[in-house]
Design a protein around this ligand. Structure first.
Ligand code: NDP
Length: 394
């Protein structure tokens, strides 16, 4: 059966890997590609749309519409631009979609996709962190099946196949520890964006790479795991595993532990989500255990990486505290990338905004809508910006 597919965030690291797997699996001969989206990288978007014979290409940036139209000239592929066009593209009927926009910008299109009653491959963890209840509710109402794409959550999802959540004793989220795994806080103080971007194992987008270095990515993943698998947060453990071969584990009440292992290559998790419930040949390295020889594990340190502690605080608060946390984190990351604040300031900013706005956001009951999420998101960004200005002004 030919499947209709769309990729949101096609020009990013996850998106481009998804495009390459679609091409690997027959491209336009196998799939009807409905929409591909990007933001700044219009040339790549047009190239991908031509390669997959997509129906529509959408850039999030309205100022780039002319450029996109020019790049698509003569192809018969429609061009569109702007956040509304992204949501409109998410309403175009498909059977499968990849949600791989980075940040809270992925929330509105992701929710619209979830209303289609489809298989939704979810890389955009921020939408679960900001609005886990809303996304899950939308999926349940419309019969959408969420397949996690984060390698850790894909591992847990795979380990849970045929198992009952009630029999889960604990979830062990592995973490590479990033480039500063063994650094003291003093040494981390002077870290530059270029150093933070250089992840030891994974080739990812800039933002998630820096999030990983500060363990904010792992913090998002703890919240994501709680939202996806509905386990008691006390049963979610973070374990440092520098080689990134064991992607995560699930422990059961009888003491058994199931783990999923594989190369540090996102095409494994993306391919699993693309072909689910089947498995197909993927062009990835096969693990050679004799050559690997050893796998190391160690405890995570919330003292050196306060993001881990803040994740627990967000879960404890509940409600829309996750939307505040994520928006503060995105604001902190922008300020760090712009050289306005230091590496360690990011966690301080987030903690300040979370403690300031979190309790009020946490008080919102279930049944909230997208507007409520966006209101908290905007307030947290403003508060984060004020914190940065005050710090610079000191
Ligand atoms: P990238 O930064 O590489 O790509 C992000 C994508 O989103 C690009 O297509 C980009 O367009 C687009 N984009 C950026 N800003 C906006 C916006 N305001 N509105 C709409 N689209 C926008 O990110 P990654 O691929 O690394 O990550 C994507 C998501 O997947 C994130 O949520 C991340 O946490 C998650 N993830 C990523 C992993 C990885 O290996 N990279 C692993 C696990 C999860 P353009 O490039 O054209 O500007």
């Amino acid at each position: 059966m030919r499947r209709r597919v769309s990729i949101f965030g096609a020009t990013g690291s996850v998106g481009a890997n998804t495009v390459s797997l679609l091409l690997e699996q027959g491209g336009a001969d196998t799939y009807d590609v409905v929409a591909l989206t990007g933001a700044g990288n219009v040339a790549l978007l047009a190239e991908q749309a031509r390669a997959l014979e997509a129906r529509t290409a959408v850039t999030a940036d309205p100022a780039r519409l002319d450029e996109l139209e020019a790049a698509l000239l003569g192809s018969g592929i429609a061009a569109a631009a702007g956040p509304e066009a992204l949501v409109a593209a998410a309403a175009e009927p498909v059977d499968w979609a990849m949600s791989a926009i980075v940040g809270a910008a992925g929330l509105a299109p992701g929710l619209r996709l979830a209303e289609q009653g489809i298989v939704l491959a979810l890389a955009n963890k921020e939408s679960l962190v900001c609005a886990g209840d809303l996304l899950r509710r939308t999926c349940a109402t419309h019969g959408t099946r969420l397949i996690p794409v984060d390698s850790e959550h894909s591992a847990i999802f795979q380990a849970l196949q045929g198992e009952r959540t009630a029999e889960v004793d604990r979830i062990i989220l592995t973490a590479s520890g990033g480039p500063f795994r063994d650094w003291t806080r003093e040494a981390m103080r002077e870290v530059t964006p270029a150093q933070a971007r250089a992840h030891p194992n994974w080739d990812m987008g800039e933002r998630i790479s820096i999030d990983s270095a500060a363990m904010f990515n792992k913090a998002l993943e703890v919240i994501e795991a709680q939202a996806l698998f509905d386990v008691n947060p006390e049963r979610i453990e973070v374990l440092v595993h520098p080689q990134s071969i064991v992607h995560s584990m699930v422990g059961f009440r009888d003491g058994s532990i199931l783990a999923q292992l594989g190369p540090s290559d996102m095409r494994v998790a993306i391919g699993y989500a693309l072909n689910w419930p089947d498995r197909r040949d993927l062009p990835v390295e096969r693990l050679d255990f004799a050559r690997l020889a050893r796998l190391d594990f160690g405890p995570a340190d919330p003292e050196r990486f306060p993001a881990l502690r803040l994740a627990r605080r967000v879960i404890e608060m509940g409600g829309l505290a996750g939307a505040v946390f994520n928006a503060a984190k995105e604001t902190a990351l922008d300020a760090f990338l712009a050289g306005r604040i230091g590496f360690l300031d990011m966690a301080e900013l987030v903690e300040h905004v979370l403690e300031d706005l979190g309790p009020d956001a946490a008080a919102i009951g279930p049944g909230y809508d997208l507007e409520a999420v966006l209101t908290r998101d905007a307030a947290a960004r403003r508060a984060g910006e004020t914190w940065v200005e005050e710090l610079i002004g000191k």
